[in-house]
Design a protein around this ligand. Structure first.
Ligand code: PMP
Length: 774
């Protein structure tokens, strides 16, 4: 092991030599300052074009090794955007590596761009996310470098963990006698755990020194401190991947209150970018101990050679103190915690992987996220087998994994799935069934794949039928995620990140009898709100008039609001009088959920011109529809074909038919009515006891509980609502909040939700409210 003769090989240079080299070979000038380093000499240059670092290698350093480092840097700077690495600056002669003379000896030199940031070593506050990011940085490096294996990195190198146990064993007597046993025990662990797994520990190029002086951080980043870059590839070597996070963890753990937790976070972060296998994860804990053992051993050897060089022993005492603390840690327990956090199915590892690969504009429910792996009717089960009562998933309308639906799906999927340009029974049966359940004159169907697509098509139909562009919507409404649907959704365009209503959209107030502009018991509430719709219609006149009025039949995202009597009929009359068409969005409330009726608009005695369907229609399979009148369908048929690749395919239609069949066979609409009444009564009883419950409302299994801080002012209790939902989650009841102020607890479970479930919800809600508001 070549840990010797370091002193003799260090380049003898001073800052003036460095300035001269930078000027003559790279044409850069600026103030020069020496930076600490173990083997090379590094000089920081403040040039006009920014900071540069001149790196002069020790005597005898192999050119191939420096070329290899440059190749790694080249690949990383080209492939990684999230983190920064030193970029190699070519010399005036266009060379990446130059030869320089110092004290009559030739050395290889490079100039690299400075990577901004504060060394992690200087960041005292290290939240869990930062430690995860450290692991993620190294995982990114190893993933990106995979396959790039310059032969020079397959080397005999004293920092290579694969040779570490032998190195430490050889030099054990260089250590103070009283401290040798702690080191020897780390080596025993390597012999017992790592070596037998040798063949199963994958190797590749690793950075090999993710210590906290080489990792750069932006401490004041808006979302909390984050890792920005990695320095010093001088220890890169082809070795065990498992050692990469172990090395970084060994340094990050120093001084931590709970070093095992730190290790688990670093490994989980690494796992998100470059997943380790089970035997590799089992090797991590002993490899952490090995790194510490190597660190104190190499420091002892080097100190005997260069007693005055403080950098060589930079973390020596901290390494000793951590080594001694590890004596008190049960290794099996540590490995269990690392595997628990980083194992492929654990929540932290899944979150890290999700952060790495899933668009960040999507939240995860609950402070303690759930890893749900199975569903059955109104129940969900997590990876540990815990049962949860699902009170929010109105998509799983007839129940999670209902066999009537899954069998129909798999049977048809095994037979045929194709587009709707062939004749097929399923398409026709589903269209006929839907039309049969809708009032006249709603009779022509289009099948789509989501509620958003249904909204999008409904807008096109309305525009085609009217020759106009504008739309009127209700405040706080949500109609979908496409460009046009977002334009129709005040919930989004007036919310975070929104840009306000587009010019073609006019917003009328949400007819909310509890907290809206007009409130019960004011007489003629429905008519008053409809009058506001009429005013929005007038607003559209100068722009050519209104094409469509979009309204959910009961408002969901708006806060589970049931409109005052007469609202929809009066609003529809006003819209039609002005030449517009009326769209009822039944994506959330249709298919019997409201109990008293099959469709939400029927509760108002209204008949729309276009209906949009989605969520429950496929019980989780992507299936939606638009149903309209013959006249509108004909106006839309202007020569341009409406083709939808997946919409209405035989599998989707088989699913749609199965859902309708289950609703009928299991009498789910009547069930929703009776269980909903029982739940409403229970919730109203709670409202009588807790002033924080301002309103309880809804129909069937579409209910809302509005929380307020002041019952007279009806001030939204947004924080309380969140705490209640989290408290219920801890009691394994899944709810969520909605409404423009996120203070309405929404209840819309799969319809098999039983009377006993209703009682369970009331009992637990009582307990949570008692804890929260006394
Ligand atoms: N309309 C309403 C009322 C909705 O609640 C939603 C979805 N939350 C949509 C339309 C859009 O449906 P999807 O997410 O299936 O595109």
């Amino acid at each position: 092991m070549d840990a010797t003769h370091l002193a003799a090989r260090t380049p003898r240079l001073d800052p003036d030599d460095a300035a001269r080299i930078a000027r003559t070979l790279w044409g850069v000038t600026g103030e020069v300052r020496e930076l600490p380093s173990e083997r090379d000499r590094n000089f920081l240059l403040e040039t006009e074009d920014g900071r540069r670092v001149l790196k002069v290698a020790r005597r005898g350093e192999e050119r191939g090794l420096i070329e290899a480092q440059n190749a790694l840097l080249h690949r990383l700077t080209g492939a990684v955007v999230r983190y920064r690495f030193p970029r190699v600056v070519p010399s005036l002669a266009g060379r990446a590596i130059e030869t320089v003379e110092a004290g009559g000896v030739r050395h290889l030199a490079r100039l690299v761009a400075w990577v901004p940031g504060v060394p992690l070593a200087e960041v005292g506050d290290r939240p869990a996310a930062l430690l995860g990011d450290l692991g993620r940085l190294l995982g990114t490096v190893d993933r990106v470098l995979a396959g790039l294996e310059p032969p020079a990195l397959d080397r005999d190198f004293y920092w290579d963990p694969a040779g570490g146990a032998a190195l430490v064993t050889t030099h054990l007597d260089a250590l103070p006698e009283a401290r040798r046993a702690a080191v020897a025990r780390r080596i025993e662990a390597v012999r017992r755990v790592v070596e037998p797994r040798g063949a199963r520990l994958r190797r590749g190029v690793i950075h090999g020194d993710g210590n906290d002086w080489n990792v750069l951080v932006e401490p004041g980043a808006p979302a909390g401190p984050r890792v920005t870059g990695l320095l010093d590839f001088g220890d890169a070597v082809r070795s065990w991947y498992a050692a990469e996070p172990a090395i970084a963890a060994a340094y990050a753990m120093m001084g931590a209150d709970d070093p095992v937790a730190v290790a688990a976070l670093v490994v989980a972060g690494y796992q998100a970018e470059h997943p380790l296998t089970r035997p590799e994860l089992e090797a991590v804990w002993p490899l952490i101990g090995l790194r510490l053992a190597m660190s104190v051993t190499i420091a002892a050897i080097q100190r005997s050679q260069r007693p005055d060089d403080a950098y060589l022993t930079v973390s020596e005492e901290e390494a000793w103190s951590l080594l001694e603390r590890l004596e008190g840690v049960d290794p099996d327990h540590a490995t269990e915690r690392i595997m628990g956090a980083a194992g492929p199915g654990s929540v932290p590892a899944l979150l890290e992987r999700r952060r790495a690969r899933i668009g960040p504009s999507l939240s995860v429910s609950y402070d303690r996220p759930l890893h749900i792996v199975r569903g059955w009717m109104q129940h969900l089960y997590d990876a540990d087998g815990n049962e949860y009562l699902d009170c929010v998933n109105n998509v799983a309308h007839v129940g999670h994994a209902h066999p009537g639906v899954s069998d129909a799906l798999s049977r048809q999927a095994a037979l045929l799935n194709t587009n709707t340009r062939y004749l097929h029974e399923n398409l026709l049966r589903l269209a006929e069934d839907l039309a049969g359940r809708l009032p006249d004159p709603l009779e022509v169907c289009y099948f789509v794949n989501s509620g958003s697509e249904a909204t999008e098509l409904a807008l096109r139909l309305a525009r085609a039928a009217t020759g106009r562009r504008d739309a009127v919507v209700l405040d706080a409404a949500y109609h979908g995620n496409t460009s046009a649907a977002i334009g129709l959704s005040p919930y989004k365009f007036d919310g975070a990140g929104g840009a306000g209503a587009p010019s073609w959209v006019h917003v009328a107030p949400l007819p909310d009898p509890y907290r809206g502009r007009y409130r019960a018991p004011m007489p003629e509430l429905g008519r008053r709100y409809a009058q506001r719709v009429a005013e929005s219609v007038v607003e559209a006149e100068p722009r050519g008039g209104v094409a469509a009025f979009f309204a959910e039949s009961l408002a969901s995202c708006g806060g589970q609001v049931e409109y005052p009597e007469g609202f929809l009929t009066a609003a529809f009359t006003a819209v039609r009088a002005a030449g517009g068409v009326c769209v009822a969005d039944e994506v959330q409330v249709g298919f019997g959920r409201v109990g008293s009726h099959f469709w939400g608009f029927e509760t108002q005695g209204a008949v729309p011109d276009i209906v949009t369907l989605g969520k429950p229609m496929g019980n989780g399979h992507p299936l939606g529809a638009v149903v309209t009148t013959r006249a509108i369908a004909e106006a839309f048929d202007n020569g341009m074909e409406y083709f939808n690749t997946f919409g209405g395919n035989p599998v989707s239609c088989a699913v749609g038919l199965a859902v309708l069949e289950v609703i009928d066979d299991e009498a789910l609409q009547a069930h929703a009515a009776s269980v909903g009444d029982r739940l409403l009564a229970g919730l109203r009883e709670l409202a009588g006891r807790y002033p924080a419950i301002g309103d309880v409302r809804g129909r069937g299994l579409f209910l809302g509980v509005e929380l307020v801080t002041d019952p007279d002012e009806r001030t939204p209790a947004t924080r309380l609502a969140k705490r209640v939902v989290e408290g219920m989650r801890d009691r394994r009841i899944l709810l969520s909040t909605d409404g423009p102020d996120a203070n309405v607890i929404k209840i819309k479970p799969p319809l098999p939700f039983s009377a006993a479930d209703a009682d369970r919800v009331v009992t637990e809600l009582d307990a949570v409210l008692r804890e929260r508001v006394g």
